[in-house]
Design a protein around this ligand. Structure first.
Ligand code: PLP
Length: 490
């Protein structure tokens, strides 16, 4: 058998897993056909520059997954029936030599914080943080507002319009933010989710090498948007009350910090609310060093125990806060309706940038949303969802309390709001997530949220997307799967 063309991804997973992925890809691309023997472990080890045991670990992984078969004393072979139902092997391999490079012309490598998006496989129980339960979205009601938009005046509604947003929506949103979040006369720019907002901020404020302070446990998509502009991300400590102001002050005294990214209402991923004294301290430090703050307030509406604290942006005498928020959690993520409220001086340059990038958002969805908000349906939906999610949080806490009472070493702080709970477990989080996954439960482990990934003992349990019965069944499976794991020593 000739050599396989292996493209081993450069990320922080163990080498054998990356090698397994490379072999899997080679099979997918048809470099090794079903039934065929693959090269010997010795030659693969030589080609990949790794130990033979590493190759064997990688191939055994693929045997377990059903891609390869192994018989004592024989070469590993590609399984005749491959496990991936969507897989159709290329009948003719594209090339047996190295593939032609794609895009053989100069282009810029887009930098990222090298945190890949977590996988979201369709497992029966998905404790996926931050996803609303779309089964409860009142689609019929919303459809009538979309239909209205298409029925009346659509010639003017659906053409090129204001870059900042669809005018009736901007008006309604302005009123909503004034009444419910204390933002007065904000300079609003509608964006394709928070993600576009973070990207625009990066492009406007960041030059390659600029220091951007982020929560060391945080939200990788924002990191990626800023890293794409060349930001040098520096992680600040997060403890059980959120970002530690002293760490921010220390960094500012040593380096010129160009931006601070903060999730004050429900710290991502831990969901703790930053206490008022810390907010004020962080603002004071930012003011002293002239550091703008990107405030990500991504699920403001979901606060259960009391009224949510108003955003930092609602009291921003120095005009430091670039406030970013989204309708992904209260409408649906694919609507891609986010927005920013920015200091006056930044409004025009950000609008110009937005014009270059995406020209404007969809006025159909903005218009329908404005009508839904005006008519009261939106608040009704929110009230219903708030009640539902609060019940789900209670259900999750009840399961955890029961497990703790039976001797499992679990600890957590029940959050005042948000859509996820940060749980400390007695096992290594990645091993726990892998065991859960093998039992049909999706849960994301702490290292996914670490700027510098290491080990961790926390899981982020999204509860909004599961009914109480699903939460109970899913947690039962998760805890049963983890019970077989060794206790973590760290
Ligand atoms: C911290 C954080 N910011 C922002 C968002 C929303 O992103 P978008 O508006 O791009 O859908 C999420 C959603 O998961 C989030 O968790």
């Amino acid at each position: 058998m000739r050599d396989l063309v292996l493209e081993i991804p450069a990320d922080d997973r163990p080498v054998y897993l990356r090698l397994a992925q490379a072999v899997r890809e080679a099979i997918r691309k048809g470099f090794a056909q079903p039934g065929e023997a693959i090269p010997s472990t010795r030659s693969l080890a030589r080609a990949a520059g790794v130990h033979r045991h590493t190759v064997m670990a990688a191939l055994d992984e693929l045997v377990a997954e059903g891609w390869l078969s192994a018989r004592p004393g024989q070469a590993y072979r590609v399984e005749p029936d491959l496990p991936d139902p969507y897989f159709r092997p290329a009948t003719k391999p594209a090339a047996r030599s190295a593939p032609k490079p794609q895009g053989a012309f100069p282009f810029r490598i887009v930098r990222s914080s090298s945190r890949p998006a977590p996988e979201q496989p369709l497992l029966p129980y998905r404790f996926q943080g931050g996803l609303p339960d779309l089964r409860l979205f009142p689609a019929d009601e919303f459809r009538s507002h979309v239909a209205d938009m298409l029925r009346t005046g659509f010639e003017s509604h659906l053409t090129y319009g204001d870059v900042a947003g669809f005018t009736p929506f901007l008006r309604t949103l302005g009123t909503y933010l004034r009444r419910l979040r204390g933002l007065h006369a904000p300079h609003l720019l509608v964006t394709h989710g928070s993600q576009e907002a973070a990207f625009l901020v990066g492009q406007l404020l960041i030059s390659p090498g600029d220091v951007v302070a982020v929560e060391a446990l945080g939200y990788p998509p924002t990191w990626n948007a800023l890293a794409a502009a060349g930001a040098h991300l520096v992680g600040l400590a997060v403890d059980e009350a959120g970002l530690v102001p002293e760490d921010f002050a220390r960094l500012c005294s040593r380096r010129r910090v160009r931006l601070l990214c903060l999730t004050p209402l429900h710290q991502y991923p831990t969901t703790v609310t930053l206490p008022v004294a810390r907010r004020m301290e962080i603002y004071r430090i930012a003011q002293k060093h002239g550091v703008p703050i990107l405030e990500d307030d991504y699920d403001h509406e979901y606060h259960y125990r009391c009224q949510p604290l108003p955003p930092l942006a609602s009291e921003d005498p120095q005009g430091l806060v670039l406030y970013v928020s989204t309708f992904s959690k209260v409408l649906y993520p694919a609507a891609r309706v986010g927005f920013m409220a920015v200091p006056q001086g930044l409004f025009k340059p950000l609008s110009e940038l937005k014009r270059f990038v995406s020209r404007q958002n969809d006025s159909l969805i903005q218009g329908a949303l404005a009508r839904w908000m005006e008519e009261g349906g939106f608040s009704r939906h929110l009230r219903r969802m708030r009640r539902t999610y609060a019940e789900r949080l209670d259900a999750l806490v009840a399961v955890l309390e029961e497990a703790r009472a039976s001797g499992v070493d679990l600890s957590w702080r029940t959050p005042d709001g948000g859509m996820a709970l940060w749980l400390k477990i007695p096992w290594d989080a990645e091993r726990a997530a892998a065991a859960a996954r093998a039992s049909g439960v999706l849960v994301h482990p702490e290292p996914l949220y670490q700027l510098r990934p290491g080990a961790g003992r926390h899981l982020r349990l999204g509860f909004a997307n599961l009914t109480p019965a699903e939460i109970r069944a899913g947690m039962k499976r998760l805890l049963a799967a983890c019970a077989r794991l060794p206790a973590s020593r760290q």
